[in-house]
Write a protein that binds this ligand. Structure first.
Ligand SMILES: [Zn+2]
Length: 221
């Protein structure tokens, strides 16, 4: 019995990790097809995303096999940050398995002087989409009440910091560490981003060096 359990556990453990693609240092738009061929899988679809972000989203999604079959809609909207992920508002009334998610893409940068998705390099776009998918993974672990608490907690910087760092750790564990690091260094080094915004980013999120240190803790990198 013990042997059987060990065998079963081993099987599921290998199953759940074997399907994650290997980390890749830099994705270029023309490396997408190579990556896809290596996956032997065309099943990374999502809803309503502009043509120009299709490849980036599908690369990012290929690192989250557990999100297959989950309803994720990309929505372009004027928000205060480059991207954001949230459950659709009716999550309170839905069973967790029927929950839908929206990933918002900012449409205009105003006073906050942040960045638009279109402003960042292809590889960093994969990184930030991967980060938003990690938010979905985090929501998937939470009950409706847990989601409400996350929404309230997010208003306060200490909680926000804790959550955003957890989400970056999920992204790294899934194999998109290089990409999330490129996004982070692009934001902090890009001259068009205001100092105020960079300061906020440094306060809440892991800095590139910290991301690099975290990555070195994983054998996949
Ligand atoms: Zn985030």
């Amino acid at each position: 019995m013990k042997y059987l359990l060990t065998l079963l556990f081993g099987f599921f453990f290998i199953q759940s990790w074997a399907i994650l693609p290997d980390p890749i240092q830099i994705f270029y738009s023309d490396s997408f097809n190579i990556h896809r061929a290596q996956l032997h899988d065309n099943d990374y679809e999502h809803r309503a995303l502009a043509e120009s972000y299709q490849e980036q989203a599908q690369i990012a999604m290929s690192y989250y096999p557990e999100l297959k079959g989950i309803d994720i809609e990309f929505v372009r909207k004027d928000i205060k940050t480059t991207m954001a992920a949230r459950p659709a508002m009716d999550f309170i009334f839905r069973k967790k398995e029927n929950r839908k998610y929206k990933i918002f893409i900012d449409t205009s940068v105003k006073n906050e002087k942040g960045l638009l998705l279109s402003d960042v390099p292809f590889n960093a776009q994969v990184g930030i989409i991967g980060h938003e998918l990690a938010h979905v993974v985090d929501y998937e672990e939470k009950s409706a009440v847990g989601v409400v608490f996350t929404g309230i907690g997010y208003l306060f910087h200490p909680y926000r910091k804790k959550l955003e760092r957890k989400v970056d750790e999920i992204t790294i564990a899934h194999g998109l560490g290089h990409q999330v690091m490129e996004f982070s260094s692009y934001v902090l080094n890009e001259s068009n981003v205001s100092e105020k915004y960079k300061k906020y980013k440094r306060k809440i999120y892991y800095k590139p060096k910290q991301l690099n240190t975290l990555m070195s803790g994983y054998s996949i990198y």
